[in-house]
Design a protein. Structure first.
Length: 183
């Protein structure tokens, strides 16, 4: 029974860390964002660039992939620099990157479409990238800490629910149950 409460307890601890020590959590999130940009850039360079032989398309994918890799490496190598810098400046930089990436992807989609490649999945990505950029521009400068602390509260609530479910589903042993020997 004790083991069924380990995950809720760990979830609550993570929530408390997010509430009372948001700065290291932000560093971890920036590194995770950097890993995403790095992997995305590598994918763009090594997969997307091979889809169409057009020179301008290749230049487009090399620029998008290279900028993504560069931004990813900066986030991984200097997470403290990104976290200590103004949140708003970071969000504006990421928003500008998202808009530039979406614009370059529009060009890539046109080239892919003219080559007869299905581009529906890329259109959804372009739209979501534009929406994400707009959200990044609208975030207030202290939103990062607020978001982390809110997520910490959500983790604690989830831990309480998980503990309640574990308690309700525990093995019930009757104290006065007769012992039956099956020999």
């Amino acid at each position: 029974m004790l083991s069924s409460f380990v995950v809720p307890a760990l979830t609550a601890v993570i929530g408390l860390v997010m509430i009372f020590s948001a700065e290291p959590v932000i560093y971890v999130l920036i590194v995770a964002l950097g890993l995403f940009f790095l992997v995305s850039g590598i994918y763009i360079l090594f997969t997307m660039s091979k889809l169409v032989d057009d020179k301008s398309y290749k230049i487009d994918t090399y620029i998008r992939g290279g900028v993504s890799i560069l931004l990813g490496l900066l986030c991984i190598i200097r997470p403290r620099g990104f976290a200590e810098g103004a949140w708003k400046a970071t969000m504006i930089i990421l928003g500008i990157f998202a808009i530039c990436s979406a614009l370059l992807e529009i060009y890539a989609v046109v080239k892919l479409s003219s080559a007869g490649i299905n581009t529906k999945k890329y259109l959804i990505e372009i739209i979501s990238t534009f929406v994400g950029a707009i959200v990044l521009f609208l975030l207030p400068s202290d939103f990062g800490f607020t978001l982390i602390k809110f997520a910490g509260v959500v983790f604690i609530l989830i831990a309480v629910v998980m503990a309640f479910i574990a308690y309700k589903n525990r093995d019930i042993i009757e104290e006065d149950a007769p012992v039956v020997d099956e020999e």
